[in-house]
Write a new protein. Structure first.
Length: 537
C-alpha cells in the first residue's frame, strides 16, 4: 500500500497532522501502538495525572468551531477529561478511519531510488509513503532504571507512563513505594498516600514544586474566553511559551527584598506557573535565581511539620532549570503519618528484593512499587524506531556522529529527505504550550508539503550547513542561561550513558515561529529541494 504520508502516533501531533493532510488532499495513514487515540494522555493514567498548563490554552486552536464546542471543567483537568477531549476531536473530524491502532512502527527506511519511505510494522507488514512524519512525542520512551532483582519482586510494579489501561490499581491496605519525584511522582504521591496503608517515597533529588490551586471554571470566565478566543490565540502565538501572559521587564535584583517577597507571595497565591513569570532573569542569573529558589525553600519549611523531613525536601539546583512542577498538596503529604521519605542520594538503592527494595541503609517491604522515573526525552522515542535515511545511515548513527545531536529547526535532518519530526529535538516545544507548538509544526509541515506538490518537487532535505548552524545557535542561546547546568531530561543527564546535550531552543516560541515562517517564505531556506535524488538546487 502506498500513501502520500505515514504518520506515527495518534496523540495531539498525529491527530492534527492527519486532519491537516486530509484537508490538503493528501492520502495519509496513522499508526498508533495503543488501542485508542490520546498519545501521552492515553498512556499516563496514573493516579493524580492532570494537565499543568491551564486547560483553556491547552487545546487545539485550528478550528473556531472546536474552540466553541468544547468546554473545560477546571483550570487543570485530570487525565480522563483530556483523553475525552482528544476522543471528541477524533470523532468530530472523523479521524479514526485513517488510524490503525495496536500497530507499532518498528522501522522506516528511505528508498533513495524510488524517493519513498518504506515503513515496517510490528506484524511484519510493510507500506510505503512519500513523506514520513513522526508524531511520537518527546516523552514516550519510559526510563525504568535497571535495578538488580526487579524480576524477582513478588509484588506488582508499574511505570507511570505505562499505567494499566483497563484496570484500576488498588492501593487500599497496601505498602507502596514510589521511586521518583518529578511531575509524575509529585502528582501521584498525594493521591496514592490517601489510599495506601503506607507510602514510602524514594527521592534522589528534591524538587521545587508550586501549588496548582486548581478550581472549577466560572461559566462567566469561559464565556468571556470563548468570545475573545481569536485575540487570545494571537497573543499565545507571539509569546515566549505559548501562553497569553505578559513577561516581566524587571530583574529580580532590581527590587528590594520586601517588594520581591510581595511579588513572589502574590504569584504563589495565584498558583500555576505565575512564579516563573515574576522577573525576566530568573533562569539567566544565579543571584536572581537564588531569590526565587530560596522563596520556595521557605515555603517548604513552612509547610512541612517535621524539620528533618523538610530539610530532605529542600532543593538546591536553580529553580526552573529542571521542568517546573505544579502540585496539589505535595509538601503537605509529608505531614501524614503513613508517609515516609527516604533520601536515596544519601543511601542509594542497591536492589529490588522479592519482598521490596533495599538501599545501603535498610530494606523496605512493599506490595506495590511505582516507577515515576521519567523518560529518555526527545531523542528516546525516535531512536526506538530503526529510522534509516540516505545510504542506509541510521538516525542513531547520525546523532552519535558529532559531539551533539543536531537537527534543522527541530523539524528535519540532513540525510533524511521527506522525513519530518513534530516537536523534534532543538525545537522549543517542550518548554512551550505543547498543543500550540504542535499546531505550529503541523501547519508548517502541511504548508511545506503543499509547496512541494504545487511545484512538482519530489524531495526536500535539510542541508548539513543549515542544520549545523541551527544546532550551534540553539547551544549558544542555551549557554547564556542557567538551564544546561541542571541534571534533567532536558540535558539527557537522567539516562545513564546518554551524551549530555541541551536539545531545546530557548529563543522562545514566538521568535521560533517567525524563524520557521521566514525559512518557508524564502523558498525553504536551508533545505535542498531536489528534482531527483542526486540533484540539489
Ligand atoms: O520524570 P522526571 P516525570 N534512582 O524525569 C527519579 C512531563 N509531565 O515522569 O531528579 C532514583 O521529571 C529522578 O531523580 P533525579 C513533564 O514535562 C507532565 O516525573 O534524576 N531516582 C526524578 O525524581 C515532566 O518534566 C505532566 O535525581 C531516579 C524522577 O525519577 C516530564 O513529563 C505530568 C532514578 C523522574 O522525574 C517527565 O516527568 C507528568 C534512579 N535510578 C509528566 N532514575 C503534566 O502535568 C530517575 N529517578 C502535564
Amino acid at each position: 500500500m502506498k500513501y502520500d504520508a505515514v504518520v506515527i502516533g495518534a496523540g495531539f501531533s498525529g491527530l492534527y497532522m492527519l486532519q491537516r493532510l486530509r484537508e490538503a488532499g493528501f492520502s495519509a495513514r496513522v499508526y498508533e501502538a495503543g488501542d485508542g487515540v490520546g498519545g501521552v494522555w492515553y498512556w499516563n493514567r496514573y493516579p493524580g495525572a492532570r494537565c499543568d498548563s491551564e486547560s483553556i490554552y491547552y487545546n487545539y486552536t485550528f478550528s473556531e468551531e472546536l474552540l466553541q464546542e468544547w468546554t473545560w471543567s477546571s483550570r487543570y483537568p485530570e487525565q480522563p477529561e483530556i483523553l475525552r477531549y482528544l476522543n471528541f476531536v477524533a470523532d468530530k473530524f472523523d479521524l479514526r478511519r485513517d488510524i490503525q491502532f495496536e500497530t507499532r512502527v518498528t522501522a522506516a527506511h528511505y528508498d533513495e531510488e524510488n524517493q519513498q519511505w518504506l515503513i515496517y510494522l510490528e506484524d511484519g507488514s510493510q507500506v510505503s509513503a512519500t513523506y514520513f512524519i513522526s508524531g511520537v512525542g518527546c516523552l514516550s520512551a519510559a526510563n525504568i532504571p535497571k535495578f538488580k532483582g526487579l524480576d524477582q519482586f513478588e509484588g506488582k510494579w508499574y511505570h507511570t507512563g505505562h499505567w494499566p489501561q483497563h484496570e484500576k490499581v488498588d492501593f487500599t491496605g497496601k505498602r507502596v513505594g514510589v521511586i521518583g519525584n518529578g511531575s509524575s511522582g509529585v502528582q501521584s504521591i498525594p493521591v496514592i498516600a490517601q489510599e495506601a496503608e503506607h507510602l514510602t517515597v524514594f527521592q534522589r533529588t528534591p524538587q521545587y514544586t508550586i501549588p496548582a490551586r486548581n478550581h472549577p471554571y466560572d461559566p462567566a470566565f469561559i464565556k468571556q474566553t470563548k468570545e475573545n478566543y481569536q485575540q487570545i490565540v494571537e497573543e499565545m502565538r507571539n509569546s515566549w511559551a505559548g501562553f497569553p501572559i505578559k513577561p516581566s521587564s524587571r530583574s529580580a535584583i532590581e527590587d528590594s527584598q520586601e517588594v520581591r517577597q510581595q511579588v513572589y507571595e502574590e504569584a504563589w497565591e495565584k498558583g500555576g506557573f505565575f512564579l516563573t513569570y515574576t522577573y525576566n532573569d530568573l533562569t539567566m542569573h544565579e543571584e536572581s535565581n537564588e531569590t526565587v529558589s530560596e522563596f520556595i525553600r521557605s515555603k517548604i519549611r513552612e509547610t512541612v511539620n517535621k524539620p528533618d523531613v523538610a530539610e530532605k525536601l529542600l532543593p538546591s539546583y536553580y529553580f526552573g532549570t529542571k521542568r517546573p512542577i505544579l502540585d496539589t498538596h505535595y509538601y503537605e503529604t509529608y505531614n501524614r503519618e503513613n508517609v515516609t521519605l527516604i533520601d536515596v542520594n544519601k543511601a542509594p538503592i542497591v536492589e529490588i528484593t522479592p519482598k521490596g527494595l533495599r538501599t545501603t541503609d535498610a530494606e523496605y517491604e512493599l506490595d506495590i512499587l511505582v516507577f515515576a522515573t521519567g523518560y529518555d526525552g526527545m531523542t528516546g522515542p525516535l531512536l526506538k524506531i530503526d529510522i534509516r535515511g540516505k545510504d542506509g545511515l541510521t538516525l542513531k548513527e547520525k546523532w552519535a556522529e558529532g559531539a551533539h545531536v543536531q537537527t534543522y529547526l527541530g523539524i528535519a535532518n540532513a540525510g533524511f529527505p521527506n522525513f519530518f519530526m513534530i516537536t523534534g529535538p532543538e525545537s522549543p516545544s517542550v518548554l512551550a504550550n505543547m498543543p500550540l507548538a504542535i499546531e505550529q509544526h503541523v501547519d508548517w509541515i502541511g504548508d511545506c508539503l503543499e509547496h512541494l506538490r504545487d511545484r512538482g518537487v519530489p524531495t526536500i532535505e535539510a542541508t548539513l550547513e543549515a542544520e549545523t548552524a541551527w544546532s550551534k545557535h540553539c547551544r549558544e542561546v542555551a549557554d547564556a542561561t542557567l538551564y544546561p547546568k541542571a541534571d534533567s531530561w532536558y540535558t539527557g543527564a537522567n539516562i545513564s550513558g546518554k551524551p549530555r546535550s541541551f536539545l531545546i531552543y530557548l529563543g522562545g516560541f514566538g521568535v521560533y515561529r517567525h524563524i520557521c515562517d521566514d525559512v518557508a517564505a524564502k523558498g525553504y531556506e536551508g533545505f535542498s529541494l531536489a528534482s531527483s535524488p542526486k540533484t540539489v538546487s
